[in-house]
Design a protein around this ligand. Sequence first.
Ligand code: ATR
Length: 282
Amino acid sequence: MEQRPRIDGHTLLAGVIGWPVAHSRSPLMHNFWLEKSGVNGVYVPLPVAPGQFETAVHGLRAAGFRGVNVTIPHKEAAYRIVDRLDRSAERSGSVNTLVFAENGTIEGYSTDGDGFVANVEAHGIEVAGGRALLLGAGGAARAIAASLLDRGVKVIVANRTRARAQVLAASLDGIELIDWEQAGQALPSCTLLVNTTSIGMEGVAGGAFPFSLEQASPDLVVCDIVYVPRQTALLEQAAARGLRTVDGLGMLIHQAGEGFRKWFGAVPDMGPEVEALLDADL
Ligand code: ATR
């Protein structure tokens, strides 16, 4: 019979706060890693209604939780509640991971950007020193831009609404802007193309990229952070041209792995099993 994890007075606790939160795949990943690494811990979904976030966080901290992930609609509240913003959170302007430190303080991290880079590098692709065309200017774009800039990547942003791209560029030094309609002009000189827009996402109607990959250099790596479907039209087009592609599922896994390390002090198993587990659940 399968051995169930023992829950006792030493069990380490973490979870994900959201509303709703039942759809979150985080418990699947973290509990898989806990079992794999032999850590006595559990990771639970925590449905917390709007307005209850602060009460919940202080309660969880008082109850001995190591920390939590924070998802919609609490991300702004998470940014406000922390005692210390990690550089990743400051640079990305968002917090998705809280760590309840032993001295009683709440630390806020953003793991999206580093999760993105870790995933690309896990595919054997070196991002440092490259040139990236980043499509979109939302929260995910800012986190990814910050991590790429930190690695010496030249970042060029194109967004349908230029004013929003300008806000992003004003928040991080070193971003270059290009008009959405002109984005294709940047392609021949880029090593990385990153879609952070919702174009191609299941259930999102319409939307098209203003370029064809015909313009791309043969060395371009095409990344999509959309993971439903895993194989987006953009990635299919890229693969058909013989370009290397990186889909969004790995970023989801790697950004979760960053939190796992912080709470549980163990290295998450990034092998193919966790990807298969999630893939089966999509
Ligand atoms: P997130 O925080 O997850 O990045 P978001 O803040 O909702 O998500 O941002 C979505 C991004 O997708 C934006 O850059 C948005 O462009 P606008 O700023 O012009 O709204 C982009 N986007 C969504 N639908 C699009 C479409 N049909 N064509 C082009 N860009 C689109």
